[in-house]
Design a protein around this ligand. Structure first.
Ligand SMILES: CC(C)(COP(=O)(O)OP(=O)(O)OC[C@H]1O[C@@H](n2cnc3c(N)ncnc32)[C@H](O)[C@@H]1OP(=O)(O)O)[C@@H](O)C(=O)NCCC(=O)NCCS
Length: 145
């Protein structure tokens, strides 16, 4: 497996993965394009034999790196691709002395378990946050802890 920075040349592939995983909650093509072209966003892909299997998009601010979107192609799930991408972000955050934060739907047990396994702690909840009234769970990984 390889982890590489991705740019606009991956826009269509990223959108395909995002749309197939998030459906109508997916980022739009133009939102993804903005992320891929803005240096404040960290955009990484996990690759297997030159095929992109998984991506992560995170917004870097002065003291935090906020994971905005992460998804893995169906046929490549549960092979450690998302974990490796998150570990890469954690490594970068450690270097920069920044925290890592994210938000996950309470119904999304798979993603919640993954973040929990990687050391993220729940810091707050936003009830009825999503269109479907699901709760948003805010999780945080503080490297100083
Ligand atoms: C969440 C997601 C990104 C994980 O990608 P992945 O590449 O399969 O993740 P990894 O292989 O690195 O990690 C798998 C971990 O997910 C969790 N997991 C996987 N399947 C699960 C299930 N059926 N029930 C509970 N937890 C599960 C476990 O913690 C598992 O680790 P383990 O095998 O050590 O127990 C992927 O499932 C996905 O694309 N989901 C749809 C998009 C999404 O929900 N993104 C997150 C939005 S906040």
């Amino acid at each position: 497996m390889q982890i590489k920075k991705i740019d606009e040349s991956f826009l269509n592939e990223i959108y395909k993965i995002s749309f197939s995983e998030f459906c109508e909650e997916s980022y739009s093509l133009s939102q993804l394009k903005d992320c891929l072209n803005n240096k404040d966003y960290i955009c990484l892909g996990a690759f297997l034999n030159n095929e992109i299997t998984s991506y992560i998009i995170a917004l870097e601010t002065v003291d935090d790196i906020n994971i905005l979107s992460i998804a893995t192609k169906k046929e490549h799930k549960n092979k450690g691709f998302a974990s490796s991408l998150i570990e890469e972000i954690k490594k970068y955050a450690l270097n920069q002395k920044k925290s890592v934060s994210l938000e996950v739907k309470s119904k999304n047990i798979t993603a919640y378990n993954l973040y929990n396994k990687l050391g993220f702690k729940v810091i707050s909840k936003r009830l009825n946050y999503y269109k479907d009234k699901d709760t948003a769970i805010i999780m945080f990984f503080n490297l100083q802890q």
